[in-house]
Design a protein around this ligand. Structure first.
Ligand code: IMP
Ligand code: MG
Length: 185
């Protein structure tokens, strides 16, 4: 089904911001064993752009976190699949996700990585949605703060569509249902 997508953040705005986040990360992780751990699937596009803006040596890794939210409860069960993630013990890990919404995914992953022996864990997100957070977590690097609207593009999906758009936009003509979906980040 095709929906209209209204641009919220343009391709050039994203590219400028990703470039400056890359510079910040480069400076902060100078001389540290950095692993950028991207949360599948939404952060893939940003990962590809970001790592090409970071000239210090670093590793790239992937992790999958699927959250299941029941229709009648706010409780979230997070299933972590780390079969593509290398050993993070004694590494400085930068978790990369597409969007900080409730904060449940990143909070659970930070705990998980600490248990795996990471030397440090910080977080980077393309977007942060205001008014949705359920757990207190401050991203260390954030591209843009957006209002509470459902967005797609630059990695973000609606039912796995729209990830390929080079910009971030708001889906129109569609009542977006968040509940009772098994969704990949
Ligand atoms: P959190 O655990 O609630 O912070 O959920 C984060 C995940 O929910 C993200 O990685 C996205 O996959 C998904 N999500 C939240 N808001 C949006 C949105 O506006 N568009 C697309 N996906 C979203
Ligand atoms: Mg998703």
């Amino acid at each position: 089904m095709d929906h209209k997508v209204e641009t919220l953040i343009s391709e050039s705005e994203i590219q400028d911001r990703v470039r400056s986040l890359g510079r910040q990360i480069e400076a902060d992780y100078h001389d540290k064993p950095l692993t950028i751990l991207a949360v599948l699937t939404g952060s893939l596009i940003m990962l590809a752009d970001l790592v090409r803006r970071i000239s210090i040596p670093h590793r790239i890794a992937l992790i999958q976190a699927s959250s299941y939210r029941g229709a009648t409860t706010v409780a979230t069960t997070l299933v972590i699949n780390e079969s593509f993630a290398p050993d993070v013990a004694n590494r400085d890990v930068l978790l990369l996700d597409d969007i900080l919404d409730t904060g449940q995914t990143l909070t659970a992953l930070i705990r998980h990585l600490a248990d795996r022996g990471a030397r440090s864990v910080r977080t980077a997100v393309l977007l942060r949605k205001i008014g949705r957070q359920e757990v207190p977590i401050e991203p260390d690097y954030c591209g843009f703060t957006i209002p509470d609207v459902f967005v797609v593009g630059y990695g973000l999906d609606f039912n796995d569509d729209y990830r390929h758009l080079p910009y971030v936009g708001v889906l129109k003509e569609q009542e977006v249902v968040r509940d009772t979906q098994l969704q990949d980040s």
